[in-house]
Every structure is written in structure tokens, then in C-alpha cells.
Design a protein around this ligand. Sequence first.
Ligand code: AMP
Ligand code: GLY
Length: 410
Amino acid sequence: MRILVLGSGGREHALAWKLAQSKGVEVFASPGNPGIARVATCLPAGGSFLSLAEEIDAALTVVGPEAPLVAGVVDEFRARGRKIVGPDAQAAQLEGSKVFAKNFFLQSNIPTAAFVTVDSPAEARRSLDGFGFPVVLKADGLAAGKGVVIAHSRAEAETALQTLTGRLVIEEFLRGQEVSFIALCDGRNVVPLAPAQDHKAVFDGDTGPNTGGMGAYCDGAILTELETREILDRVIYPTVERTRFTGFLYAGMMMTEAGPKVLEFNVRLGDPETQPLMHRMASDFVPALMAAATGSLAGVKLEWRRGPSLCVVLASGGYPGSYETGKPIHGVETAEATGATVFHAGTRTGNAGLETSGGRVLGVTAGGDDLPTAIARTYRAVEPIGFEGMHYRRDIGRKGLQSPISRGQP
Ligand code: AMP
Ligand code: GLY
């Protein structure tokens, strides 16, 4: 059976790596990257994804990034009776528009930060009077993780208003630890993946500007059973019922003193959360994906290895700001010889071998019986890897060492 994975990042490498372990499955990816090429056949992007899937007669297509989902790739596939995992364009608005998502939360009684929507900087300035500081300003549309500003003062908010244009959401700042709660859905039934925690800020201690994610770990202990139940009942099920959601519903949760609240919805797997999630998943993932695409997820369960898995992202100098590409990368094989898995994100093959081609370059991933072991193994595997300008966070997973993770505290 042929499975097509759409995308070219670390998330897609982890997904392709996992699917390639299924018996009788041949993985294709478009456009893919040099890491993905080790486990799958990479096809250049160019024409439509639908014609690509038809050309190779893919039994199933799994979409990595949000852009094709928002553009309606699932609707196109369905119209031709071709199986695909993802939401239709209408449901993808839950990620595509912050205003749409916030109004949806309000109408569905889904717990989230108090907010207002504004259409002009003048209106934004007036609305700011109703909030304390810090306050959160969010651009309405897709912004690759860069459309959110946390302003600690009126002056910072004014500065942000010079770059954030168009419709905005202004919302209350929530305190707590973040949890990425991702559920696989078939329009009615829901199979939650294990909880994960991302690290969005670029520097240690959650400081500096936000990135797409500098590292993540996946561990059953991140949420209590009660919290999992609450997120399913108050957030996931109401959404799936109202939108007939299919694919991956990713609720970015803040665990506040007043309970879990939604920060945002994504309509896809997280990156880098997928790297530790796939690393830790014990079940064959293919039957669950096939069930999600065919409305038969009822009774499907996913099993996970007992200990946590952890991923540290190695980024280009300057990221999340501007950065150079084409820097030779060394040490990947030595890192893998330690037993870790190195997922490729922004890499390409140059004249002299592997080189950088993006902001997030590699995701070094390892597991262990407990979090300290997973952390130690992952950072040991990072040591031999290098490229000019490389930087990474040294504290991925550290918040998880408090047990249980704190509620209502950063
Ligand atoms: P979003 O794209 O909405 O998830 O925002 C990106 C990141 O900004 C989140 O992962 C949080 O770290 C932070 N953030 C967003 N909204 C809030 C909020 N209301 N309170 C505190 N932090 C927030
Ligand atoms: N890691 C956050 C995201 O995928 O949006």
C-alpha cells in the first residue's frame, strides 16, 4: 500500500519514518527532504497534490502543513473519492483565522482567554484600555507562528501595532504551562494522541521571541487523567460535533489555575511535537490513519511506550529572524550512533554533502525510561552535530521535571 505524505519539515520526516515501519507500506513524500529520502520516495512538488496522488495511486494521503488544508486540498481529494487525512477548508478556518476560532470558542462555550476583535489600529488603541498588561495581540490570518505579540506595556503594544496590520484579536494574557493536545478525528470519533509540550520561545527559560517551536517532549505524565477528560469533554468533542472535524485537531492549551483554556487551534500535527510523538508511539499508526480517513475510528486505540521521548531543535544562526542557508552540517551519523534519531527539517544536499536550507534545521530525538534519561540521551546526541551559527535551547523538558507540572505558573 502506498501512502503519500505532503510536506518537507521535521514533522513530515517523523511521520514518514513512523509509517515506513508499517508492514506492506511504501511511503512517498512531496516535496520531502534528504532525511525523508532515507525512508520514502521523494517527489518534487509542482503540479497539484491530487494529480500526484493519482499518479502513484496513493491508498492514503496525510497532510503535514496547514497551508494546503486551508487552501482546500481535502475537499479536492474527497471530490475525487481519494482518501486523505485532514479537515476540509471550512474546518481549517479554525487555524486559518484567529477571529473565526475565537468566535467559535465563544459560541461553543469552549474555555479560552477573554478577547475582543478589532479592525483598525485606532480601534485597537481604544480597546487596549479594557485590558491590563501583559496583553496579547494576534494577527487574524496564518503567520507561521509570528503573528502573536505579548506586550508588557502600552509602549510595547503601540510598537506591535505598527507591524500587526489588518484584523486583530486582543486577548487576556493567561498564566500557566502550555500543553499540546492533539486528537485524531474522523468526523465523529476521537482518538487522543499522548500529550506533548512544545517550547516556542527561542531562548532558555522561555525568553526571546517566539519561533515555530525549539523542542518538545511527549510524556503521559504531562496531564492527569482528569485533565485529559476535561479537555476532551469541553474542547475536543464539542468541536468535532459542531464541525464534523476530520484529521488532526491540535488544541494548544494553557493549564491555568482556573483549569485548561485554549490558546489556539491548529488543524494538523504540531512541529516539533510530532517528532517525540512518533518516536514514542508503540502502535502501528497506519490502521488509525486509514480509519480516520474512512470514518471508522470507533474503538481504535493507540499505545505508547512507557517513558518519555524528547526532541531538541537545532536552528540556524539568526532564526527566528533572518538567517543564512547553505552551511555544511557535520556529525549527524555520530549523533545517530548514540541511538538517537535525527529528523531533518531545513536541510538539503549540496555539493559538499548535507547543508542547511531553513530556520529549523534538525530535530534530535531520543527516549528513556524517565525524563532525566531522555533529556540526557538527547543532549548527548546533540554534541557531535555542528554547523556555522547553530543554536539550540539547553532546557527542553526541564519544566517537566517538576512533578506534577505546575498549574497557573509559567
Ligand atoms: P498562538 O499562535 O495563538 O498559539 O500563540 C503563540 C504563542 O503565544 C502561544 O503558544 C503562547 O506561548 C503565547 N500565547 C498566545 N496567547 C496567549 C495568551 N492569551 N496568554 C499567554 N500566552 C499566549
Ligand atoms: N509547535 C507548534 C506548532 O506546530 O504550531
